[in-house]
Design a protein around this ligand. Structure first.
Ligand SMILES: Cc1ncc(COP(=O)(O)O)c(C=O)c1O
Length: 395
């Protein structure tokens, strides 16, 4: 059986992910899983908040009629109403339930938004380093993703983004707190981006939408507040999920909210509701919609990730690694000692430490450490990090 050339090429393009996965599996089989420090995956290691199970159990025991049936494709009206109120408070703007669509995680929401917006040949811009699945998401809907290098502190380079906007640009994606850098874009940057998009949209005679991918909004440290794109640009769509803050990525539950004053808002919402259905999702998981209605304002204990961040940063700093301390997420994105990210990842593998090269996020010369692991793994890794550092920096 032959698969499509396009998918074969995509498999090839993402082959380093497969190689890493296979290397990790081989090492765990060879040495035992507790002898390998696996920092390669952004899979939250904390249990969901305690109330998650209680709400789930009480829902299962309830006698809600037709509890597992199809529903309106945008999601349950009462769930959307509750969440719209909460999002209005958080973002300081009055949304109602019609501006909100329940989605299969942020990944599902991004695909729905892109399918709704893109014509064949359209472009999407995103800052590098960034989440590489966006390439595949854009391609799913006939678009092409272009990466624009961030500033040295990983902030958006608004001028550079502006220089890449053409009549084919349908949207800019921002992700803050950012995977992999942990950067939170300051309000001044988002305002500059919003002003630029307003004037550029006018110039090219096309609305360039801003898609804000926010699954890490609540995973922030040091009391830093994540500014809202809604107050910076009206043609924005926020996409989020409970994958990280409730630690339930396997349950595939998230939402998309559209600024009520966005250009063609009603048309966009009609299109997105249709896309939520015809992409095959049909609707977001029924049970999980009801669960998040009850516990949407809860979160895992973020101080646990902060403790891990601080422990990792202190240990790596002592060794000599160079990095910017992340404001949020559970990722650290240090410079590759010696400059070659593939060499670093390979030297760390020699020490049974699994990380991801920066080129996997569109920025060579760095590597990503996902610290959503047990504290013990972080402690155990320092010896290997130290040996790899000496190896990589010896002349
Ligand atoms: C930046 C970013 N966006 C989107 C997603 C997808 O999240 P979800 O599980 O909600 O689909 C991830 C998952 O790791 C991510 O890191």
């Amino acid at each position: 059986m032959a698969i499509s050339r396009r998918i074969s090429e995509m498999i090839e393009k993402s082959s380093w992910i497969r190689t890493m996965f296979e290397t990790g599996s081989r090492m765990k089989a060879q040495y035992g899983p507790d002898q390998v420090c696996d920092f390669s995956l952004g899979n939250p290691n904390l249990a969901p908040p305690e109330r998650f199970n209680r709400v789930l159990i009480s829902l299962l025991k309830s006698d809600i009629p037709r509890m597992h049936s199809y529903m309106p494709n945008a999601g349950y009206p009462e769930v959307r109403e509750t969440l719209a109120r909460s999002i209005s408070n958080e973002h300081g703007i009055e949304l109602n339930s019609s501006h909100l669509i329940m989605t299969c995680g942020a990944g599902g929401g991004l695909n729905v938004a892109l399918k709704t917006l893109l014509d064949p040949g359209d472009h999407i811009l995103v800052s590098a380093p960034g989440f590489m699945e966006y390439f595949f998401y854009a391609d799913n809907h006939g678009g092409t993703l272009h990466m624009v290098k961030s500033r040295d502190d990983f902030d958006l380079d608004v001028e550079k983004i502006e220089s890449r906007i053409t009549g084919d640009t349908a949207a800019v994606i921002v992700n803050s707190p950012n995977n992999p850098s942990g950067k939170i874009y300051p309000e001044s940057t988002l305002r500059a981006l919003g002003d630029m998009l307003t004037s550029k949209s006018r110039k090219i005679g096309r609305t360039v939408y801003l898609l804000s991918d926010e699954p890490y909004r609540k995973i922030v440290f040091d009391d830093i507040k994540v500014p809202s794109v809604f107050s910076c640009y009206r043609n924005s769509i926020i996409i989020s999920s409970y994958s990280k803050d409730l630690s339930i990525p396997g349950e595939r539950i998230g939402w998309m909210a559209v600024h009520p004053e966005a250009e063609s808002v009603d048309e966009f919402l009609s299109g997105a509701i249709l896309c939520n259905r015809i992409l095959g999702y049909v609707n977001a998981p029924a049970l999980m919609q009801r669960v998040v209605r009850e516990i949407h304002d809860e979160s895992i204990d973020v101080s646990v990730y902060k403790r891990k961040r601080d422990m990792l940063c202190a240990g790596l700093k002592r060794i000599g690694y160079d990095f910017r301390v992340p404001d949020g997420t559970f990722y650290l994105f240090p410079k590759a000692p010696g400059g070659d990210d593939l060499a670093v990842v390979s030297a760390l593998q020699e020490q049974r430490i699994l990380t991801v090269p920066g080129r996997g996020f569109g920025l060579q010369g760095y590597f990503r450490i996902a610290f959503c692991v047990e504290d013990e793994v972080i402690h155990r890794s320092f010896e290997g990090f130290s040996r790899a550092y000496s190896e990589l920096t010896k002349n």
